[in-house]
Design a protein around this ligand. Structure first.
Ligand SMILES: [Zn+2]
Length: 283
């Protein structure tokens, strides 16, 4: 599933390929995604020019002129492909956006949990989807000064907190597991037992893990490649995710898996101590 680093990688590619381009035609498969593509989507996009590409959490938001915002969320399996000339449209291609002077963007999504929408609004922050988003770890102010009070207000476990898009925007299963490993915090630890020092470690870990992943163009799993079709490299750097039974890179203990909220969490039972306030010094 695409997470923040993958979406950031795509945003960068889009900035280099489609900014300044004017939409000449839009073709839709007619199939519903997470929600139906709005009836006016194609006509609203046509004849508008892409001015800027924003990433907010896991949303790609293309600022259009005349003023409108084109929202893309890749859901579980959405992918974007840019072609400089008209290209074949394989199965699961749900939208083709053609540009004046050639070039087209294809949205493919086998599982159809993605989102395509266009909204007129005066600013990005007037969009409902953006208002509902929590703090972006790569934006300003994602530090312990913000994080620690947030944690103290909830008894949820740390993993659930990190996955809640209305608290932290853009972190999914992979980077939640990796950030908790880096911060040496147990994923089932209750948020309100975290010390200030641990909150400092967690804020730093989340930012470090995401920045590192962006630098390596995200993580590739079977249903994801970036918009050039180039695989990301970040999976080579994962310490716990999908490594159940393998040795911890730090302490050689076996990585374990547990179920949390219907999803698998991977962690090192030795490095990620469960007891509040105690941190292993090993490594
Ligand atoms: Zn370990």
């Amino acid at each position: 599933m695409p997470e923040l680093p993958e979406v950031e990688t795509i945003a960068r590619k889009l900035r280099n390929t489609v900014v300044g381009k004017r939409v000449s035609a839009v073709f839709l498969s007619g199939k519903s995604l997470r929600a139906p593509v709005p009836g006016h989507f194609a006509s609203a996009l046509t004849d508008r020019t892409i001015r800027r590409v924003h990433r907010m959490g896991k949303y790609l938001i293309l600022e259009m002129e005349p003023k409108a915002f084109w929202l893309i969320h890749l859901g579980m399996s959405g992918r974007l492909f840019y072609f400089s000339q008209p290209a074949t449209k394989p199965e699961h291609t749900h939208a083709v956006i053609q540009f004046e002077g050639g070039g087209e963007l294809q949205y493919r999504d086998p599982r159809r949990f993605g989102l395509l929408d266009i909204q007129e609004a005066s600013t990005l922050f007037a969009l409902n989807q953006v208002q509902r988003l929590g703090k972006d770890p790569l934006g300003t102010g994602f530090d312990a000064g913000w994080l620690w009070p947030e944690l103290l207000h909830t008894r949820r476990d740390l993993k659930a907190f990190l996955l809640d898009q209305s608290r932290v925007a853009g972190v999914g299963n992979i980077y939640a597991c990796e950030s908790l490993f880096r911060a040496r915090l147990h994923p089932a630890r209750r948020c309100n037992t975290v010390s200030r020092k641990e909150a400092v470690a967690l804020a730093r870990a989340v930012r470090h893990v995401l920045r590192h992943a962006v630098a390596h163009r995200g993580t590739t799993f079977s249903d994801f490649t970036d918009s050039d079709g180039e695989p990301g490299e970040h999976q080579d750097f994962l310490h716990v995710f999908q490594r159940e039974g393998e040795k911890c890179h730090r302490c050689r203990a076996r990585i374990q898996r547990l179920r949390q909220g219907n999803r698998s969490t991977y962690f090192c039972p030795r490095c990620q101590n469960r007891a509040p306030g105690r941190m292993k010094k090993k490594g």
